[in-house]
Design a protein around this ligand. Structure first.
Ligand code: GDP
Length: 290
């Protein structure tokens, strides 16, 4: 599926990222655990080079737990610190401070030996839209009693920092990265999970592609959710959407099946995890074994 992207937005978000990143010691890139590769923007790796980074596999409640484990191990082998999060239900966030300390340990010891006072470590949250950046920040802020620092009166409005621990502060605004659309398959996966505004998408075509994916990769989940017979499962994805619409009684005034409504429902249910916990992509080695 062809998805349009607007370079105008990109220039502005890129500039903001480049300014904010200068203020921190460590960056957390939030990705969606259902697409840990497609929702990651390699630009950050270029900008941040070999400095300490954490990948947060968020929405792990919606992903296949075995796949999330495999992705964690895979990113750790690439040199990232990795946490598995379910920010919505406040799970996994408490691992972040400890991981920051361990990733910055050498640098802080070096600084201390040179007689440099260790100020609190500073980190920022980044990621493409809708991966859960604000939810992570709000949960962390809530836990820390929303203890904001910085922004002294009389001084030009500066950055707001949330003190998480005595030795750790978090920038309260996330760094927004843009999705990578060069590869149409990546764009489609980002659209499947709902991280692209649906207004710019053809939802029917997207749902057909999702059904085709499920027929191929997770036929069981599809048949269980919608009560499809084996013969129905083998039909074209367009026909499968009609069967589902029929089962759910999605009819228009003249009696024809309202496939647009069915398309939206299937996408919504998939995104909410109602078909089950599904990861859409695997690390390279695992993909080869499948
Ligand atoms: P942002 O655009 O990256 O800041 O994303 P938001 O924090 O606004 O989250 C986008 C949507 O994902 C919201 O509806 C959140 O409630 C939801 N969300 C965030 N984290 C999780 C999670 O761990 N699990 C689930 N199921 N939903 C989440």
């Amino acid at each position: 599926m062809e998805i349009q992207w607007f370079p105008g937005h990109m220039t502005k978000t890129r500039r903001m990222m480049e300014e904010d990143i200068k203020l921190v010691d460590l960056v957390v890139e939030v990705v969606d655990a259902r697409i840990p590769f497609s929702s990651k923007n390699p630009y950050l790796d270029t900008l941040w080079q070999r400095r300490p980074r954490i990948i947060a596999l968020n929405k792990s409640d919606l992903a296949d737990p075995d796949a999330t484990k495999a992705w964690k191990a895979w990113y750790e082998r690439q040199g990232f610190g990795v946490v598995e999060l379910d920010a919505l239900h406040n799970r996994g966030l408490q691992q972040i401070p400890e991981l920051c300390r361990s990733l910055l340990k050498d640098k802080r010891e070096r600084d201390a030996r040179r007689g440099m006072q260790n100020r609190p470590m500073r980190l920022m949250i980044t990621g493409i839209p809708n991966v859960g950046k604000s939810t992570v920040i709000n949960q962390v802020a809530g836990r820390a009693g929303a203890a904001k620092t910085g922004n002294k009166p009389g001084v030009t409005r500066g950055k707001q920092w949330i003190r998480i621990k005595k030795d750790l502060e978090l920038l309260d605004t996330p760094g927004i990265l843009w999705p990578k659309f060069e590869d149409p398959q990546i764009g489609t996966r980002i659209a499947f999970i709902g991280s692209i505004k649906d207004e710019i998408l053809d939802l029917y075509t997207l749902a057909v592609e999702l059904v085709a994916f499920l027929q191929r990769e997770r036929p069981q989940m599809l048949s269980q959710r919608y009560g499809l017979e084996d013969s129905e499962l083998r039909a074209t994805p367009e026909a499968v959407l009609e069967f589902i619409g029929n089962r759910r009684g999605h009819r228009m005034a003249g009696g024809a099946i309202d496939v647009e409504r069915t398309a939206r429902m299937v996408l919504d249910e998939f995104r909410m995890g109602k078909l089950g916990r599904i990861t859409l992509e695997y690390p390279p080695e695992e993909a080869l074994q499948r």
